[in-house]
Write a protein that binds this ligand. Structure first.
Ligand code: FE2
Length: 252
């Protein structure tokens, strides 16, 4: 699988504290079945100066563990607009990872996202399930109609951020408003990858297993190979009997 949102870079944000922690995170990722990671430190003005050195030091470790790293960054929308002539994209593609921290989706925010698209970027909104609420769903639909994409967090589906966020994550998934599932991993303990646990939960809960696989790997490949062919179909819940049989191993 491919993780497109991960704070693995050392000493640049609230992610990995030192190289030892980064190495442990890479080992955990490998255990979860993740073979490629796009490293997405939070943007700061000093990041660009130190980026290459910081990337190379973790890339060496990752290669030893059999994990391929790609460059990336997580921008607050306001920072991305200021830096728009020269953003660090995901794996050198046209895609940028954008965090919206306003807490609600005002109309002007939609215009700002559109402004980024006019600069030639494809926009992926990081963890909308943690940034917004149910009342924002019509605006999220509007963004999806503008070909803006959504990355949900694996941990959200297993309740790591609470019941409300879990429920909202599922609603987004059921409305076809999820294009990627990523970790947003920050450390080796409380903010890990949780890919296997989330994938199992989703496969136990929903009918469309092939679509779940797309959300953990195939859509990510479409970013890295430049095809941009994403699928975000609405997921439908298994009925009670199917879930029960699945849990005792008689039905996938
Ligand atoms: Fe993040």
């Amino acid at each position: 699988m491919i993780d497109i949102h991960c704070h693995l870079m050392v000493g640049v944000d609230d992610g990995a504290e030192d190289l030892d922690e980064a190495k442990k995170m890479i080992k955990l990722a490998k255990k979860e079945g993740i073979n490629e990671i796009i490293v997405t430190p939070h943007y700061t003005s000093r990041l660009k100066v130190i980026y290459d050195n910081k990337f190379e030091e973790i890339q060496k470790i990752a290669l030893q563990e059999g994990v391929m790293l790609h460059r990336g960054c997580e921008y607050k929308l306001q920072d991305a607009l200021v830096q728009k002539s020269d953003l660090i994209t995901l794996g050198g593609s046209d895609y940028v990872l954008i965090e919206i921290t306003q807490g609600f989706l005002a109309e002007y925010v939609l215009n700002q996202v559109y402004e980024l698209k006019l600069c030639g970027y494809e926009v992926i909104i990081a963890h909308p399930e943690r940034s917004f609420e149910k009342k924002d769903i019509d605006k999220l639909k509007k963004l999806a109609e503008m070909n803006v994409y959504f990355q949900l967090t694996a941990a959200s589906f297993i309740g790591a951020f609470g019941r409300q966020i879990k429920k909202f994550s599922e609603e987004l998934l059921e409305r076809g408003l999820c294009h990627f599932i990523a970790s947003d991993a920050h450390n080796k303990s409380s903010r890990q990858f949780y890919f296997q646990e989330a994938k199992k939960y989703l496969k136990d809960t929903y009918n469309e297993h092939w679509q779940i696989d797309l959300l953990f790997e195939q859509n990510q490949k479409a970013i890295l190979n430049g095809s941009g062919e994403f699928t975000a179909q609405r997921l439908t819940r298994k009925n009670f009997l199917k879930r029960l049989l699945g849990s005792i191993g008689r039905y996938g």
